[in-house]
Design a binder for this molecule. Structure first.
Ligand code: PGA
Ligand code: ZN
Length: 426
């Protein structure tokens, strides 16, 4: 089947910034995709492009980008077979011609690539997760479907909130439950109890970009203590049923060669010591971006020191890029990778990176961005490749709950496994 028609739209993301929606048609079928956008981006990510016309949306508009590239993209994809994702993505990469998709724009390319997967799944009468599962086989990703362990970012700091907390994300992993629905329910109950706890202590319960609370707290331990008491109030056992995960987004606190944390400067070993103390005190099972994206020595050291107890997750470090992941594997940096489709820009390259991770026992965490839309592609991706973990914010804001709701429906319609912590390799 061929793609008959393509249209791009300038729509709005969860931060009120313009983003790209792509609608494509083939015969009686049509599909829509929308792309997310980060705030604490890695420097080696594929580049989204914008109009840079300060008269519209403070330069973030996309009308001119669409006008310039819509025809070029259609010319490439209309020549190809709809079911040949790899060929279509290859055509888009060639059309762009740059190393980081900065000519056509990773936002334009990803919107097209995801819309193609969605349309192909319809034309083959499959659910999107089934289609992704099928095309993943070409990348030697041979897995069972599974429902991922949610990593729920219930307390926001860093670049996602207007509070003094340095670390960006304080997440809970409700792992000790029979199935996805029960795990999510526990996480939601904890979220509500955290709200009560904050209210009772006169902290604001307004939320940050990913739906977690953003109280005016500056002390990391205090933030973690609030989470622990919310877990207790909810009647769950910390360290047995519920675990903690953090995204430190440490590139954001790396200033002039040192890490600025709670008013003091630290070198990488000083910061690693802080993490070691935190994991002794709290049941922290996952730390994302503990060090700057270029601090390879630090990454190697932390993986050696605590990597057998804790998932050390590379986000800004790997930017979903196969070549950078390869470097990390070769020098023993990190044991897990965050997968963000817009960091690399096509569905095919995302699958290539996941495949390399699987072959090397690196855990995959499928992730949203802080700027999101109602698109639920990542839920299907997580199930289709049996990722084991998903990071898609708090159970608040429709951009986040859309992903959880899609997973609840997949869970209800199918008898897929939920492995909790057992699905995670250390
Ligand atoms: P971002 O944040 O989308 O702003 O990059 C998410 C993350 O760092 O994991
Ligand atoms: Zn991150």
């Amino acid at each position: 089947m061929k793609i008959d028609q393509l249209k791009f739209y300038e729509v709005i993301d969860s931060r009120g910034n313009p983003t790209i929606a792509c609608k494509i048609f083939s015969g009686k079928f049509s599909s829509i995709s929308m792309v997310p956008s980060g705030a604490s981006t890695g420097s080696k990510e594929a580049q989204e492009i914008r109009d840079n016309n300060k008269k519209r949306f403070l330069g973030k508009g996309l009308k001119e980008v669409i006008k310039k590239t819509e025809h070029q993209i259609f010319d490439v994809i209309s020549q190809k077979n709809l079911s040949d994702q790899q060929e279509i993505d290859k055509g888009l990469i060639e059309l762009d011609g740059s190393k980081n998709k900065s000519n056509i724009g990773a936002n334009m390319i990803l919107a097209t690539s995801m819309a193609v997967s969605k349309l192909a799944s319809q034309s083959e009468n499959m659910e999107l997760f089934q289609y992704i599962h099928q095309i993943a086989k070409a990348y030697e990703i041979d897995c069972d479907y599974s429902l991922p362990l949610p990593m729920m970012n219930i307390l926001n700091g860093g670049a996602h909130a207007n509070n003094p907390l340095e670390f960006q994300e304080f997440m809970i992993q409700p792992a000790g439950f029979e199935n996805f629905d029960e795990s999510l329910r526990a996480g939601i109950e904890i979220f509500h109890n955290l709200k009560k706890e904050l209210q009772e202590n006169n902290f604001s319960t307004s939320v940050g970009d990913e739906g977690g609370f953003a109280p005016d707290i500056s002390d990391t331990k205090k933030a973690l203590d609030f989470i622990c008491s919310a877990v207790e109030k909810s009647g769950y056992k910390m360290g047995e049923e519920i675990f903690i995960a953090m995204d430190c987004a440490a590139s954001e606190i790396f200033i002039n060669g040192e890490y600025l944390f709670e008013g003091k400067n630290h070198d990488n070993s000083g910061l690693i010591q802080i993490y070691e103390e935190l994991i002794k005190r709290y049941p922290i099972k996952s730390i994302e971006d503990p060090l700057d994206e270029d601090d390879w020595d630090g990454w190697k050291a932390i993986t050696k020191q605590i990597g057998d107890e804790v998932s050390i997750v590379g986000d800004d470090l790997f930017v979903t890029n196969k070549k950078i992941l390869e470097k990390g594997i070769n020098n023993g940096s990190a044991n897990s990778i965050l997968i963000k489709v817009n960091q690399i820009g096509t569905v095919s390259e995302t699958l290539e990176t996941i495949s390399l991770a699987n072959q090397n026992n690196i855990n995959t965490v499928i992730s949203h961005r802080s700027g999101e839309t109602e698109d639920t592609f990542i839920s299907d991706l997580a199930v289709g490749i049996g990722a084991g973990q998903i990071k898609t914010g708090a159970p608040s804001r429709s951009d986040r709950t859309a992903k959880y709701n899609r997973l609840l429906m997949i869970s209800s319609d199918n008898n897929f496994s939920f492995e909790g912590m057992n699905g995670i390799k250390q």
